[in-house]
Structures are given as structure tokens and as C-alpha cells.
Design a protein around this ligand. Structure first.
Ligand code: EPZ
Length: 407
């Protein structure tokens, strides 16, 4: 593969910012949104809101980030009914930290229907409005932090959120809200303070400028290290990928010293990746930001199949995120599942084309990479999953030399 490919706007930053539009008097404007299915679903969901107490259940069930609209709707209308959110099948994915947070702000939560049956419905009401609170997340949660932060913006009084997630998307969201009249401090650190506006909607006219998608960038870097003569990745947010870059260096997948990388003011620059012939096995343990992102775990496993030696992949965030391993083994990889969250990859192994089903969006793109480096043709099904998170990935990869067709 050879040429230039540009990293598109961040899926997860955009989903949070779009849901925040429900806190505004007039809809705010967004720049650099990726053209992907999850963004389309989020727009449909927001347009489906009429009275505020009902959101379109069928849309909400299709993606996890639908939970993000609940806090703003509750804060705005005092009542919201919503189904347990759907999304990637990568573990249990409860919403207890949201429910507990809203209770602490004075809301009542009722649940009806059955867990696991796909028809669990929640009704959250705050008849007398929401009041600020001091709330410590029992589990660090990215969307949990975003959801509570947005809810607190319209509450009465001050909210302190503790044990918050540190992912950069949280700071992007807080900056956007602050530019438009909110008063949030500490986002990006573990304690966040929000001065509530007591129901007064945001009125600013500042755009949300969506940053590049750090996960797409990391995944393309892996592709470059495995299969490129020279692949220049534009808009590469190096500063947000420190832990990942260190692992790639340890694996011999990129040079130890890169003068330009991490040097630009915002850490975003173009960077060229080339195929590395002598990859070394490296063990990785996923962690909350700024650790090695769980969303890069599946693509990294593909790289590990081409490295010399044994790499232990330890997924610590989600308990069901190694489901794709069986398919890589059917392609010729040698991966042993040690337990639900650890897999041992022995490499290098030659991979051969196979029929695959994309289990979730990140593993789906990992399959695309595996298929591109394999001998013979592969057919990947359930590509809605891939389209959820990556804009026109077939066209963009074809433009840099990949042999990939959408059938
Ligand atoms: C966000 O999911 C991302 N999604 C995920 O990206 C990402 O994998 C994840 O953060 C971790 O980085 C969006 O931003 C839309 P969490 P989120 O709540 O917020 C447990 C992708 O591929 N937990 O931080 O849903 C949970 O089970 C997606 O783009 C509870 O126990 O993840 C997990 O073990 C997939 N109770 C841990 O916390 C709760 O109420 C972290 O999950 C909520 C979460």
C-alpha cells in the first residue's frame, strides 16, 4: 500500500457533542463530523425527540451512545423514557453509574421489562427539577462522565463529579459547552466541577470543531506497519496515542526516534508508516486513558500475529472483547484464549483468506487488516458494524492500494 490517507473526525467526540445540542436553545453547528452510521443514528435520535419524554426506542437500541441523550433530555424536560441502549457486543455494558448519578441529583428511576430480553425500559423523572450533588463514580466511565456532566449543566446548584474518566473526548465536550455558556472546570482530570444553570438553556453560537479520531489513526498506523511501502497518515493525533506509540516502538513497528511526531503544538501532524519486516512480540494490557485503548486491542492482535514470539493480550475494560480471536485462528493465526480477558498470540504466522463476520466495529476493521495481509481472498460480512465507525473505509483504503470491494 502506498499514498496518503486522512484521519476523519472522531466518532466518540462527535456523538457526545451532538447529544449536547439538546442543551441548547438553538441547534449549534458542527465541523468535521465523520459520515458514519452511528452519527446518522444520533442525528435521527435527536430529531425523533418531540416532547422530550419519548425517544425513538428502535434507534436507541441500535447503539450504546444513545444513552448520551438521556441526561440532557431529563435536565431539560424533567422526564425521559428510554430502552437499555444497544451497541457493540463486547460485554455486559450496564448503565448503573448513570442511574445512580441521576438519583443523586434528585431523579426517580423506574425500570420495566426484562433484562437481557432486549425490552428493558427505563423511566427517569425529576418532577421538582435536578439539583447539584457530589457524586463519585464507582466505575470510571467515559459516556457516564459525559452524561452526568451534561445533566449537571442544567441542574440547580453546583455538581462535583469524582473518579471521572480521563479520555480526551470529555475535555472536548466540556470546552464546547463552556464556549457556549456552561461553567465546567476540571474536565480531563478525575474531579469535575459543574456550576448548574438551573434550567437556562445554552445560547452561544460557537461551533464544535471535531478532532481527528484517535482510534482510526492508531488502526491505520497498524495497517501501515503491516502492509505499506509508505503510508502517510494525515491528521495523526500523536499526543493522544502516547501509550500506543510506545508499544508500536517496542514491537519495532515504528522507529524509536521520530523528530516530527508529538512536536507540533496540538500533537497533530502527518506521519508516514512503512512495513516493518522484523516485528517483535509485545504484551499489552488495555487501560483507561492515557493507557493503551481497548478500542485498539483487536487491531493490535492482528499485528501480534505477525511478530516474533509470544504476545499476551490482556483486555481489562470489557469482558467480552476477544470474541474475534476464533476467526483469526481460522485464518491461520495461533492464538490461545487463556481466560475471558486474556489471549496469548504466538507469531509470526501466515494468514489465509476466510469468510468472516464482523462482531463489532473495532474487530471488524481488524478483520479488514487481517484480510489485506492474508493470502487469497476474504469475505467480511456484517459490515454495518464497520460502517458505524469508519467513513467509506473501502474507498479510502482502495485509494492507497488496498484490494477491497464493497459487494
Ligand atoms: C466508551 O464507551 C466508548 N464509546 C467506547 O468506544 C470505548 O470502548 C469505551 O468508552 C472505553 O474507552 C463512546 O464513547 C460512545 P465505559 P462507554 O462506560 O462509555 C463499565 C467504540 O468502539 N461500566 O467507559 O460505554 C463498563 O461495563 C466504543 O468506539 C459500568 O460498570 O464505556 C466497562 O467495563 C466501544 N457501569 C467500563 O465501565 C456503567 O454504568 C468502562 O466502560 C457504565 C460502564
Amino acid at each position: 500500500m502506498e499514498g496518503e490517507i486522512e484521519v476523519k473526525g472522531s466518532k466518540n467526540a462527535a456523538l457526545a457533542a451532538l447529544s449536547a445540542s439538546l442543551l441548547f436553545k438553538n441547534p449549534p453547528k458542527f465541523l468535521n463530523l465523520p459520515e458514519i452510521e452511528d452519527i446518522k443514528r444520533m442525528r435521527e435520535l435527536i430529531f425523533s425527540v418531540s416532547s422530550g419524554s419519548e425517544i425513538d426506542e428502535e434507534i436507541a437500541k441500535r447503539f450504546r451512545a444513545s444513552i448520551l441523550v438521556v441526561g440532557p433530555l431529563l435536565a431539560r424536560f424533567g422526564e425521559v423514557r428510554f430502552p437499555h441502549p444497544g451497541g457493540c457486543v463486547i460485554g455486559a455494558r450496564p448503565i448503573d453509574v448513570f442511574l445512580e448519578g441521576w438519583r443523586r441529583m434528585g431523579a426517580e428511576v423506574e425500570a420495566s421489562g426484562q433484562t437481557g430480553g432486549g425490552n428493558l425500559i427505563y423511566k427517569v423523572t425529576a418532577k421538582n427539577g435536578l439539583r447539584g450533588c457530589d457524586y463519585t463514580f464507582k466505575t470510571m466511565s467515559v459516556t457516564g462522565t459525559e452524561g452526568m456532566m451534561m445533566t449537571a449543566v442544567l441542574a440547580k446548584g453546583n455538581t462535583v463529579l469524582r473518579n471521572c474518566a480521563l479520555e480526551p473526548e470529555i475535555k472536548y465536550l466540556a470546552d464546547f459547552l463552556n464556549k457556549n455558556g456552561a461553567n465546567i472546570s476540571g474536565a480531563g482530570a478525575s474531579t469535575i466541577n459543574v456550576e448548574g444553570k438551573c434550567g437556562k438553556l445554552l445560547e452561544g453560537a460557537e461551533f464544535f470543531v471535531n478532532p481527528p479520531d484517535r482510534i482510526e489513526a492508531g488502526t491505520l498506523a497498524i495497517l501501515g506497519a503491516l502492509a505499506a511501502k509508505q503510508l502517510t497518515i494525515k491528521n495523526f493525533p500523536a499526543l493522544e496515542l502516547n501509550a500506543f506509540i510506545d508499544i508500536l516502538k517496542e514491537a519495532g513497528a515504528m522507529p524509536a526516534e521520530i523528530p516530527s511526531l508529538r512536536k507540533s503544538r496540538d500533537g497533530i501532524s502527518a506521519f508516514t508508516f512503512t512495513q516493518s519486516k522484523n516485528l517483535r512480540a509485545v504484551s499489552v494490557k488495555t487501560a483507561e486513558y492515557p493507557g493503551f485503548a481497548t478500542d485498539l486491542q483487536a487491531p493490535f492482535t492482528v499485528l501480534a500475529t505477525q511478530a516474533n514470539g509470544e504476545s499476551l493480550i490482556n483486555e481489562t475494560i470489557f469482558e467480552g472483547r476477544l470474541a474475534y480471536v476464533g476467526d483469526l485462528n481460522r485464518m491461520g493465526a495461533k492464538i490461545t484464549i487463556m481466560d475471558k480477558q486474556r489471549a496469548l498470540v504466538t507469531g509470526p504466522t501466515k494468514l489465509y483468506g476466510h469468510a468472516l463476520e464482523s462482531p463489532d466495529l473495532r474487530a471488524g476493521l481488524a478483520f479488514v487488516i487481517a484480510a489485506l495481509i492474508a493470502d487469497r481472498e476474504s469475505k467480511i460480512g456484517n459490515i454495518y458494524q464497520i460502517d458505524r465507525g469508519y467513513e467509506k473505509i473501502d474507498e479510502r483504503l482502495r485509494a492507497v492500494g488496498a484490494q477491497i470491494q464493497r459487494v
